[in-house]
Ligand binder design. Structure first.
Ligand SMILES: *[C@@H]1O[C@H](CO)[C@@H](O)[C@H](O)[C@H]1NC(C)=O
Ligand SMILES: *[C@@H]1O[C@H](CO)[C@@H](O)[C@H](O)[C@H]1NC(C)=O
Ligand SMILES: *[C@@H]1O[C@H](CO)[C@@H](O)[C@H](O)[C@H]1NC(C)=O
Ligand SMILES: [Cu+2]
Length: 146
């Protein structure tokens, strides 16, 4: 019969390997794939096709910073709730990346919490979110199931 100590050690090993497993398999996902983050691409559809996503997965938003020839700067906001997501209502939204953050290797956002995330581009007073379809929702799942 196992002693209490070896039982505790066994549980510890299981927990450690479970967390290593979760970290080891966390994915880095480029938002929009090769399309990156731009006006007029259906990101709701993209998110649907790339589901499920998991806790600690990283989303990478890639978009060019504004320069002389770029007519559409972009950004990344987190909307407050499903209602503001549907309406593209930015009144209580939080900016997570400004118009320059998406350059180079892009802006990386790690989904650490078990909650719905509502992302949208905040440019054009909601025009990019509404007409440009630059919005999507993700509810990251826990990776391990016992
Ligand atoms: C975007 O894709 C979703 C899911 O496939 C679809 O329901 C929706 O109608 C599309 N939006 C537009 C504007 O085409
Ligand atoms: C400005 O952005 C455009 C479009 O991404 C790019 O092709 C061009 O090289 C950029 N120009 C400069 C000066 O960075
Ligand atoms: C974006 O944020 C960076 C710092 O994170 C800042 O240096 C830069 O000036 C900001 N750009 C704009 C256009 O606000
Ligand atoms: Cu935009």
């Amino acid at each position: 019969m196992a002693s209490p100590i070896s039982y505790a050690q066994g549980v510890l090993i299981i927990l450690l390997s479970a967390s290593m497993f979760a970290v080891g398999f966390a994915k880095t996902i480029v938002v929009g794939g090769t399309e990156n983050w731009h006006f007029g691409f259906n990101y709701t559809n993209w998110a649907f096709q790339n589901s499920p996503m998991y806790l600690n997965d990283a989303l990478v938003f890639k978009y060019d910073p504004p320069n002389g020839s770029t007519t559409f700067p972009h950004s990344v906001y987190m909307l407050r709730d499903f209602r503001s997501f549907l309406a593209c209502d930015f009144r209580r939204a939080k900016m997570v990346a400004n118009v320059t953050h998406g350059g180079g290797k892009g802006f990386k956002f790690v989904m650490k919490k078990w909650q719905p995330y509502y992302f949208a581009c905040g440019e054009g007073s909601g025009f990019h979110c509404n007409t440009g379809m630059m919005k999507f929702a993700v509810f990251p799942l826990p990776r391990c199931h016992f």
